[in-house]
Unconditional design. Sequence first.
Length: 474
Amino acid sequence: MPTKTTNGANILICDLVGLKLLADGKPDHSEIARYVTEKGGVFHEGKMSPPAAVTDGRLHFHYLPDLSTREELLAVAGNGQYEAVIAAATFLPAETVFPLGGVRIGAGTGNMGSVSWGGGSGAGGTAPLMNTPGTNSRATAQMVLKALLKVVPDLPVDELHALVAAGNFDTGRQLRDYPTEKLEGKRLAVIGYGNIGREVAKLGHAFGMDVVVHARARHRQWIEAEGFIYAEDPIQAARGADALSVHVGLGQPVAETGGWSNSGLIGDAVLSELNDGAVLINYDRGELVDVTALGRALASGKVRHAAIDADLFRNLETGALSGPMLPYLALIETHGDRLELLPHAAADTDHPSRVAGAKQAVDQIFVAIVEKRVINLKGTLPEGYTDAGPQVPTGIGGLSASGLARFAGNETALKSLETAAREIADLSASLAKARAEGRLDEAATATLEDLLRNTNTLATLIRENGLQGPPARA
């Protein structure tokens, strides 16, 4: 059963909740400090000493973003000194104890190892495990497109800049030596249809790419409804693709190997189906790509560029490196000029995303502790709590019934949607009648502006209110 909370609680925040640097070079956490205070909580610049017992009935948030080692975390939270925790990238050892739950800023919860909720899967324990899916989805997706646009269209921008800056270029004579091919018409394979995968697919579509998406079969109707091509497996998705971006997460732990069910998912069988000279982007988890197979694909020219974003850790005392990025470093000597390796920075460096995720995490902690309701539950629901369902930013991850109810509660927005839809229906009927009467050209001229104005209005309402994509948790 959940611990009683009539006397309030101490909550540990063990990662940065703001990334923008102040004049003194320190990351700015002031937005979250104000937010906690506005909600009736107390924000403390944390200290390593144990927090005082709370007797005022309020939630006290203790900010200790520099915790990193196992020893530090066990010293601070190994005996239940804090009732709950908010984390982003910091790995919480199994021995850490948070009897009222934890929230991970972001989607994956593999770093949330506390036994309080049964480890990173949230399967077990007596406390709820939560995440904040969607808060960094757009930031990550934009970084994926940034990685792709650095390679395609393949205009050597730095080379041309140097020539122009030196006054050593003639547009009329030399520009013909730099042909390129645009993204439009190229095929983009997206593996995974979660929040990030869907955003990547939407951006690819916006660039005029043919987007093929692999996900579980239950997503097929929604993938196709959004104008994407459905693939039954990663091999089919990769077939004839000019770029591939993977967004499926690690999957489930495999006890026999100590690894994960999706480890090595992108291997020889998938890479061999790509068009020659394709671009591989893995801004998800480093383990998803078979690094040896990637080396072969780079050597053969099947892959001309690989952009990888994965954790890399360095022991301060020995200098020893570890983490899922480590195997990729072996490719640098042979293929360094065709690799772009990032230290899991694509999403974790965006200040607005981190602040939004931290605010949502604070909200979820309040609801879980005060109301015993769990938003964005991961794993099993502990006894004594109720599942409050998913919560994501507007337009991310599909629309829930409660989200639709909120939209319908806005009389002006609902009326605008109804009016635009009715106008489109009436104009469509008018065009159908004109076609039957043989006067379609005349009717098209008369209705063109009205039809486009209403379709644009409808599209804007749909986009701004997130009235598209799969239903939440579909």
